[in-house]
Design a protein around this ligand. Structure first.
Ligand SMILES: Nc1ncnc2c1ncn2[C@@H]1O[C@H](COP(=O)(O)OP(=O)(O)O)[C@@H](O)[C@H]1O
Ligand SMILES: O=P(O)(O)OC[C@H](O)CO
Length: 492
């Protein structure tokens, strides 16, 4: 039996998963990497550590199931998007740590560009507002702040990439990215699918440091060394786009919401670029080989699962993430406590870099259980805000919400989510849709799967939560949440 595999290089960990033709997980391994916080608001990763953790998980997954590298037909890569790495093409050494998508050090540039060029001046071209989130300003910061980097880039010695490109270059020596990752840099024009010269000029970014943009499914390169030597990388997708593919949302109007460290709702809009007026992003969904590119509307929420981790690591009110459910379920409601986790400002649909986290509504009655409940509810309210924006922008009302990711293991949260969005919330059999999507991209390109119909046939619902809450209570809770949002604004 032969299989297709995928590397998922995420914000907190790297995974490697092997899938069979039915899309079932045959083997997997996962390793966390260090989160580096040099200053408040700064978040970095060590690219070398990530590359070696990726090597480790690929070996671990095969060994634990007694698989051989020759059992693998092709490999896909999916990755945390926007996170920015620059390295020397001769030595392979990064010039600086990777600047992570959550990092807010470029806030001053957001303000400056909005003033100089007009509010969100590049949104029409790139689908993205000015924000600390995207790669463009992170790269600008590196070029301006790392000694000698601008010159090295101009001489063609320095290369830029997101995690997909960094790993692909390490494994194959190719300097490429796929259209979905490129669409998150804020350097690519959504219509031409090429780097935009005007943006590059404004930020003084030399074009030669940027990777070649190619379709998400197709030949990326051949692994040069180690156990996988000779195996081809045949698919690359940003992790949220990979989850859209893994959920087989191939039709316009189909959407998924992934609950990981952050939450990301994407709706396929087909071959149409749909501009957002409600605070969403317009982005590339995928491009499968020579087929037309598909676009998506996206609502990105920075802090959801990572708030649960923060309760574990910084408050110490739980020992492990899953304990939050038991703690939250020990009280019947939130006791009027609301937690707005605007740790990196607020992303969709608000886009307020000046916001910071608040816990509001505290009285002597509140306990850690109410805070735990407010933590889980925050994910559901943020998702509701994004869903309302998505429905308004697209004119499409969802009849169910397809969900996946680590937090979907939490029944209390999923039931509350269904209560908030008022449609059934459903999770597929294979919940690791991110890895699966990247494997699908690689498997389609190598002929392992013949067409998307094969993939659709693999998709099965595992569990569904039905809305049950009274309307007036739902309205009351959402109004209180919006009031709490107001308290988080204008802090910086
Ligand atoms: N039972 C649970 N209840 C709430 N949150 C959870 C639960 N299990 C995991 N999480 C959260 O989900 C996140 C991990 O999900 P995962 O999909 O693996 O994320 P990522 O791919 O972003 O690293 C973590 O932030 C963790 O705190
Ligand atoms: O690594 P994740 O799953 O937290 O996803 C991060 C997103 O790609 C950021 O845009």
């Amino acid at each position: 039996m032969r299989y297709v595999a995928a590397i998922d290089q995420g914000t907190t960990s790297s995974r490697f998963m092997v899938f069979d033709m039915g899309g079932n997980i045959v083997a997997s391994a996962q390793q966390e990497h260090q989160q580096i916080f040099p200053q408040p608001g700064w978040v970095e990763h060590d690219p070398e550590e990530i590359a070696s953790k990726v090597k480790l998980v690929t070996a671990e997954a095969l060994i634990t199931k007694g698989l051989l590298a020759t059992d693998i037909v092709a490999i896909g890569i999916t990755n945390q998007r926007e996170t920015t790495v620059v390295w020397n093409k001769h030595t392979g050494k990064p010039y600086y740590n990777a600047i992570v998508w959550q990092d807010t050090r470029t806030e001053h540039l957001v303000k400056q560009l909005n003033e100089q060029l007009g509010h969100n001046a590049w949104q029409q071209k790139t689908g993205l507002p000015f924000a600390t989130y995207f790669s463009s300003l992170k790269l600008k910061w590196l070029l301006d702040n790392v000694d000698g980097l601008q010159q090295a880039a101009e001489q063609g010695d320095a290369l830029f990439g997101n995690m997909d490109t960094w790993l692909l270059w390490k494994e194959t020596g190719e300097h490429k990215t796929d259209v979905t990752n490129a669409s998150r840099t804020q350097l690519m024009h959504l219509e031409t699918l090429d780097w935009d010269d005007e943006i590059l000029q404004t930020l003084n970014i030399p074009r030669q440091m940027l990777p070649q943009i190619v379709p998400s499914s197709g030949y990326f390169g051949t692994i040069q060394q180690g156990a996988f030597k000779g195996i081809n990388i045949m698919g690359v997708l940003g992790d949220q786009q990979a989850a859209l593919v893994g959920q087989t949302c191939f039709e316009p109007g189909q959407a998924k919401n992934t609950y990981g460290t952050g939450c990301f709702m994407l709706m396929n809009t087909g071959e149409k670029i749909v501009p957002s007026t409600k605070g969403l992003l317009t982005t590339v969904a995928y491009k499968l080989g020579q087929q037309p590119v598909h676009y998506a509307l996206e609502g990105s929420i920075a802090i959801t699962g990572s708030l649960v981790q923060w309760c574990r690591d910084n408050l110490g009110i739980i020992d492990k993430s899953s304990d939050i459910e038991t703690l939250a379920a020990s009280v019947p409601d939130n006791g009027d406590v609301y937690f707005v986790p605007a740790f990196s400002g607020l992303y969709a649909p608000y886009w307020r870099a000046d916001a910071r986290g608040v816990i509001t509504g505290l009285t002597g009655y509140a306990t850690k259980a109410h805070i735990a409940r407010a933590v889980l509810e925050a994910t559901a309210y943020q998702t509701l805000d994004v869903l309302l924006a998505m429905q308004a922008d697209s004119g499409i009302t969802l009849d169910a919400l397809n969900v996946d990711g680590g937090m979907t293991a939490n029944n209390l949260l999923m039931q509350f989510q269904a209560d908030m969005v008022q449609v059934p919330v459903q999770v597929p059999m294979v919940n690791e849709t991110t890895c699966l999507g990247a494997a699908y991209a690689a498997g389609l390109a190598s002929g392992y799967w013949k067409s998307v119909d094969d993939l659709k046939a693999n998709h099965q619902i595992n569990k569904r939560w039905q809305p049950a809450m009274q309307q007036d209570l739902r309205h009351h809770l959402h109004l209180r949440w919006q009031k709490a949002i107001g308290k988080s604004l204008d802090w910086m």
